[in-house]
Structures are given as structure tokens and as C-alpha cells.
Write a protein that binds this ligand. Structure first.
Ligand code: PLP
Length: 234
């Protein structure tokens, strides 16, 4: 089985190739290693291979790994990418650097109020339900501007951009469509909120990385292609 270092190398090569195809500089895309269900030693292996940004879905699981990797804390950026419940906002505001899954004002207000004063503002993206799936979390596209205005005004947060988890699509062109829709939403926000540096388009997973980069992804969230298949849930 391939090592984490060699898989990371392959993913970086895919990003470089997708950037070249899109005429974008390779530094314009950040690689977030999605490490849900992976034990801490595997994250350490990725760290040793140069990876610094890690994405986690479950708060308690992330806290356990943070404790096991406490010696690396100053060099790791921890991103929460999974659904967030109100009763977890305090610990998230205290421990994470980024939250990609803000989809309602109440959550944002709590995170802002609970962000410790000695830390830099929490970096946040609004999660958008771009494919309009009834079961998915995320703010509806039509409600993004109002939520963005309100979140941008909160002192403990720094609004960075938009995140989405599109419905899986079979081919490259079909994969591009929801990514393009999210990019258009971000462009509209950039025009409206000129004083807020909105620089983050968080799209692209193991199966649609190339389509996301083609449509302007600035942060791709890659799990399986780095750490291998996850155990089935349930
Ligand atoms: C699990 C997950 C990913 C990574 O998915 P892969 O297909 O394993 O690359 C990215 N984003 C979110 C929100 C996830 O939950």
C-alpha cells in the first residue's frame, strides 16, 4: 500500500497539473488534508511529509487528535469542515483556526462571542447548499448575501469566503457546474462587500479536485486520496 507521503505527493501533482491547465499559479490553491476517522499517528506522518492544514468533521474526534498532536500545535492549522451544533461552539471557538460550515447567524454570533480575546479572529466560510438538496446543510444561495453581511460585521470572526459539498456528478463538465455557481456567488459578494477580503472558495474533494480548480477553487479538501478509503459508517 502506498505511503501517506507518496499519496500526498500524488495529490500535490494533481493540483499542480490542474493549475497549469487553468493557467493559475500553483500557490493559489491550498491543500487541506481531510483526516476524519484517521488516527493521530497518520496525521503526524502527513505532517512529516510537509502537510500543515488538517480538516476534521467531528468535534470530539478532532479534540482528541489535537491533544495527541499538541507538540505540533504552533505549526498546524485546524479546520472544522463538518456540521456544527450550537452546544459545541465554545470549544470550537477556542480550539480551531477555521470553520467552513457556518450556515446560520446564530452559530456565527456564538462563535464570535466565544472566540477567546487572545486569539486572532476565527476564519470562517459560509457553507452553501449549492445543489439544493433537501437533506444537506448549508444556507440557500438566495440567503447568502444577507448572512454574509451579518457575519462580516462580527468582531470575533473573519469571513473568508464560501464552501460547498456539491452532489456527486459523473463527468468533468457536470462536476464544474455547481463549482461555477459557487464561484459566481462569491464574485457577487466580492462586488457587494468590497471592504471584506473574500479570498476563499472551498470546493474540490478527491473525486472532483480538477473540476474545482478549473472553476477557481482556492482550497481543496482531500481525504481519501491522501489517507485511503475510510471505514464504512454504521
Ligand atoms: C470527507 C469530506 C471531504 C473529503 O472527501 P474525500 O472524497 O475523501 O476527499 C471533504 N469535505 C468534506 C466536507 C468532507 O466531509
Amino acid at each position: 500500500m502506498a505511503t501517506i507521503a507518496s499519496r500526498l505527493h500524488q495529490v500535490r501533482a494533481r493540483i499542480a497539473q490542474a493549475c497549469a491547465a487553468a493557467g493559475r499559479p500553483v500557490q493559489s490553491v491550498t491543500l487541506l488534508a481531510v483526516s476524519k476517522t484517521c488516527a493521530a499517528p497518520r496525521l503526524r506522518e502527513a505532517f512529516d511529509a510537509g502537510q500543515r492544514a488538517f480538516g476534521e468533521n467531528y468535534v470530539q474526534e478532532a479534540l482528541d487528535k489535537m491533544a495527541q498532536l499538541a507538540d505540533l500545535r504552533a505549526d498546524i492549522e485546524w479546520h472544522l469542515i463538518g456540521p456544527l451544533q450550537s452546544n459545541k461552539t465554545r470549544v470550537v471557538a477556542g480550539q480551531f483556526d477555521w470553520v467552513h460550515s457556518v450556515d446560520r447567524l446564530k452559530l456565527a454570533e456564538r462563535l464570535s462571542a466565544q472566540r477567546p480575546a487572545h486569539l486572532a479572529p476565527l476564519q470562517v466560510c459560509l457553507q452553501v447548499n449549492i445543489s439544493g438538496e433537501a437533506s444537506k446543510s448549508g444556507v440557500a444561495p438566495a440567503d447568502v448575501p444577507a448572512l454574509a453581511r451579518a457575519v462580516a460585521a462580527l468582531p470575533g470572526l473573519r469571513l473568508r469566503g464560501l464552501m460547498a459539498i456539491p452532489e456527486p456528478a459523473a463527468d468533468f463538465e457536470a462536476q464544474r457546474m455547481p463549482h461555477r455557481a459557487l464561484r459566481d456567488l462569491l464574485s457577487a459578494l466580492q462586488t457587494e462587500l468590497q471592504s471584506v477580503p473574500l479570498d476563499t472558495l472551498s470546493i474540490g474533494m478527491s473525486d472532483d479536485l480538477e473540476a474545482a480548480v478549473a472553476e477557481g477553487a482556492t482550497l481543496v479538501r482531500i481525504g481519501t486520496a491522501i489517507f485511503g478509503a475510510r471505514p464504512a459508517v454504521g
